[in-house]
Write a protein that binds this ligand. Structure first.
Ligand SMILES: C[S@@+](CC[C@H](N)C(=O)[O-])C[C@H]1O[C@@H](n2cnc3c(N)ncnc32)[C@H](O)[C@@H]1O
Length: 325
């Protein structure tokens, strides 16, 4: 992801994780009651990006463990997909380890898709995944749309493809984690949905580049931001029902709340940080890097004009805690 990410998303801990810390501390404390602290305790985050948003959370959980054992081994594992900027993540992870001044703490990074298994069986004690599950595991060819927005520039067939891929992704994610979790371990995920006005503007701004002959039909088809920001509460709950308690999935907590993102920030800069790699990947199939970068500039210039009255983006966030039985 673009190196600007950290700057423009610096409030993610406060907005998305902090409101859940009390509840997670209570549940994790109960889990810790059952441990003898003779074996290693593992904390894991998936889709970590540069790590800055998860470190405050990890610090709180490590302190909770240290109140019970000063010397048990603690291992933190931070995951993201291989295209992430791992040198930034490794550097931040090392800084975090130094700041913690804890001789029995190890911090590792692990590249890989979170839709597959990434860690050994039955190793995770507590896991998190914040703002990642709206990313699809693969590209889906959409003839006209830059992003999937139900009813906007997408056919029924494309809608079915995106929705069924998103449903499989969520189940694959949960199944992979259940394999990696110890019995009784807990996992927190949040899933953003509904910023559809923003996505509508992005998709229609890109489509207009095609209408003005700035990009070709092939380029319109090649370029896609692989997200599904239209999950329903039923979509999320169904994944747990289908996997079922027989396979170890216990849904402990489900809430949704509205969150205003990017308040008092440069909205285009914020959006740019996560869209630009997808735009470049699509456009560079037919253009040189410089030409593709020029098209991107035009796109963001148009988007800036259209977003000039928008002061923030209203997201709905599903918050889920599950446990391995
Ligand atoms: C919006 S950022 C969220 C970063 C961080 N968790 C936070 O809360 O600020 C989404 C992150 O998910 C990562 N990601 C997307 N698809 C992924 C996948 N299949 N496996 C692992 N990470 C993925 C992206 O590379 C990016 O770093």
């Amino acid at each position: 992801m673009n190196p600007e990410y950290s700057h423009v998303h610096s409030e993610n801990f406060d907005l998305f994780l902090s409101p859940n810390v009390g509840r997670l501390k209570d549940i994790f404390n109960k889990y810790l009651d059952g441990l003898d602290f003779k074996s290693k305790i593992n904390l894991t985050d998936f889709g970590t990006n540069d790590g800055k948003n998860i470190f405050p959370f990890l610090r709180i959980m490590i302190e909770l463990i240290r109140q019970r054992s000063a010397s048990c081994e603690i291992c933190v594992t931070l995951n993201d997909q291989p295209t992430n900027d791992f040198s930034a993540l490794v550097k931040n992870a090392e800084d975090f380890k130094k700041e913690m001044k804890d001789d029995f703490l190890a911090v590792h990074t692990i590249p890989g898709s979170a839709y597959h298994r990434c860690l050994p069986d039955e190793t995770i004690d507590i896991g998190t995944c914040s703002l990642m599950l709206h990313f699809l595991s693969e590209y889906v060819v959409l003839e006209n749309a830059l992003m999937y927005v139900p009813g906007l520039l997408v056919s029924d067939e494309e809608t079915t493809k995106v929705r069924s891929l998103a449903a499989e992704d969520l189940k694959n994610f949960i199944r992979a984690r259940l394999t990696e979790m110890k019995k009784g371990a807990i996992f927190f995920v949040n899933i953003p949905t509904d910023p559809l006005v923003l996505h509508e503007m992005c998709s229609s701004t890109f489509y207009q580049l095609y209408q003005r002959n700035v990009i070709s039909k092939e380029e319109l088809r090649n370029t896609f931001v692989p997200t599904n920001n239209a999950r329903t509460e039923t979509d999320v709950k169904t994944a747990f029902v289908e996997i079922g308690k027989d396979n170890g999935a216990e849904l402990l907590h489900f809430t949704h709340r509205r969150v205003k993102m990017y308040q008092n920030k440069d909205l285009v800069k914020c959006v740019r940080a996560w869209i630009i790699p997808c735009l470049m990947a699509g456009l560079c199939q037919t253009r040189s890097n410089n030409d593709a970068a020029d098209v991107c500039e035009l796109f963001f210039q148009d988007l800036r004009g259209r977003l000039s009255d928008v002061k923030c983006v209203n997201y709905k966030i599903y918050e889920v805690i599950f446990q391995k039985l």
